[in-house]
Design a protein around this ligand. Structure first.
Ligand code: 6PG
Length: 472
């Protein structure tokens, strides 16, 4: 057991913290773990075996195990727990030490914590870590932000533990302040969007076309071997095969249809609203999680609000390829919304984000890894200042070629009364973004009518107001 000279300390030995620590130790870095719960420390040391890992249940003992200047990483639930850990650690840290928050913290909290810690001479890195338990153990995608010099000190360690694609580690310095946590938040927003799109295809195939769980497995498995290949499709295909030990039924059929959320999707949507950058697919996904959670209200409403039977009036053989094509287009447009938001945030918050690099580090390890990221990457490599992936010449062709499929899916779903808010929102985003004219002139007229909010004209520069009401 390693007792001193550790290169990194890990606070929080839940599954993520423990797995990441073991991953670090696997790469030969001596690492110390700290958790108040002695059972967790014991479990870590048992699993670590001969690896260079130590464990402590007191902060003082933990701090003594670290080689100064110290680097400490926290993997605790976002929110008050992070501040509680910082309070406990602060008296034992010294100027020049680095504190790393590897959780899904809200980016504004990260900025505040960085300021407080900077006053004590401690550099704070906000680092997004994606890939779940397995990713943490075998290679996550890592999204670091904060003071560059501090990152340089821990860079070799992060590069060693990150997932690799074609030998390239899925980690890169992203920018100052909360850049890392912002990018992770948008990663999760995209995750929400794609998960909702896949859930909508499930609804269309299950209720709409009557596919069995085996047929659903086969469909997703085939899709995952197409251009839409992605981790989320891979696990979806797997899910339909799992049998419930208690009932012998497929597990997915005994899981309650009410989704939980921890906040990152909602923050993405809120931040996008603040920056006036539309992310309608992501927002629809957040809204649908909220609607799903109203499960008893929905059950009651289902007995009052009658509608058409949820049956798609189309042959399976004809509809399924269109659905796959629409899903691919909608996935691309979800990434496009997330990337456009990252561009806006980069300008507003001075992150200096390199969107090509972000697409590169998302290709492996993380939840939204997908074959399409190679195309996203290529688009930003060719045109770093691209305002939106939709106008990349290659992707524009791709989306135009599939737009009729997307339209057909949304039409069939509407006729069958199957809710597809993520698909509908994506189609409206496409049609809105490619409209040289939108009916916002009427909105301007209305605003000016009732509130003298003024408007601009198409034929002259300046700001105008009209006395609209004849009664004045
Ligand atoms: C990841 C995941 C991870 C977490 C989600 C779940 O990248 O590894 O995104 O961070 O599982 O945040 O979020 P919800 O509980 O909000 O669905």
């Amino acid at each position: 057991m390693t007792r001193q000279g550790c290169e990194l300390g890990m606070v929080g030995l839940g599954v993520m913290g423990r797995n990441l620590l073991l991953n670090i130790a696997d790469h030969g870095y001596p690492v110390a773990g700290y958790d108040k719960d002695p059972d967790r420390v014991r479990a870590l040391l048992e699993e670590a075996g001969p690896r260079p890992a130590g464990g402590a249940t007191s902060v003082a003992e933990f701090a003594a195990m670290l080689r100064p200047p110290r680097a400490v990483m926290m993997l605790v639930p976002a929110g008050p727990a992070v501040d509680a850990v910082i309070r406990d650690l602060l008296p034992l840290l010294s100027p020049g030490d680095i504190l790393i928050d590897g959780g899904n913290s809200f980016f504004r909290d990260t900025d505040l914590r960085a300021q407080t810690l900077a006053a004590h001479g401690i550099a704070f890195l906000g680092v997004g870590v994606s890939g779940g338990e397995h990713g943490a153990r075998r290679g996550p995608s890592v999204m670091p932000g904060g003071p560059r010099q501090a990152y340089e000190r821990v860079r070799p360690l992060f590069e060693a533990i990150a997932a690799r694609v074609d030998g390239d580690p899925c980690v890169t310095y992203l920018g100052p302040g909360s850049a890392g946590h912002y990018v992770k938040m948008v990663h999760n927003g995209i995750e929400y969007g794609v998960m909702q799109l896949i859930a909508e295809t499930y609804d269309l195939m299950r209720r709409g076309l009557g596919l069995s769980d085996d047929e659903l497995h086969a469909a997703y498995d085939a899709w995952n071997r197409s251009e839409a290949a992605s981790y989320l499709l891979e696990i979806t295909a797997d899910i339909f095969l799992r049998v419930d030990e208690r009932t012998g039924r497929r597990l997915v059929d005994v899981i309650l249809d009410a989704a939980k959320q921890k906040g990152t999707g909602m923050w993405t949507s809120q931040s996008a609203m603040e920056l006036a950058q539309p992310v309608p697919t992501i927002s629809a996904a957040v809204e649908m999680r909220s609607l799903s959670a109203l499960d008893s209200e929905r059950a009651a409403a289902s007995r009052i609000l009658r509608g058409p039977a949820p049956r798609i009036e189309a042959a399976r053989e004809a509809f399924l390829p269109r659905l796959r094509s629409a899903l691919y287009a909608a996935m691309l447009m979800t990434y496009a919304q997330g990337m456009a938001l990252l561009g806006s945030a980069s300008r507003a918050y001075g992150y200096g984000l390199d969107l090509e690099a972000i697409a590169r580090i998302w290709r492996g390890g993380c939840i939204i890894r997908a074959a399409l990221l190679e195309r996203v990457r290529a688009a930003y490599r060719a045109r770093p200042a691209l305002p939106n992936l939709l106008v990349d010449p290659d992707l524009a062709e791709e989306i135009m070629a599939r737009a009729a499929d997307l339209r057909a899916v949304v039409c069939r779903a509407a006729e069958a009364a199957i809710p597809v808010p993520a698909f509908s929102a994506t189609l409206a985003y496409l049609d809105g973004y490619r409209s040289a004219w939108l009916p916002a002139n009427l909105i301007q007229a209305q605003r000016d009518y009732f509130g003298a909010h003024t408007y601009e004209r198409v034929d002259t520069r300046g700001v105008f107001h009209t006395e609209w009401s004849r009664e004045q």
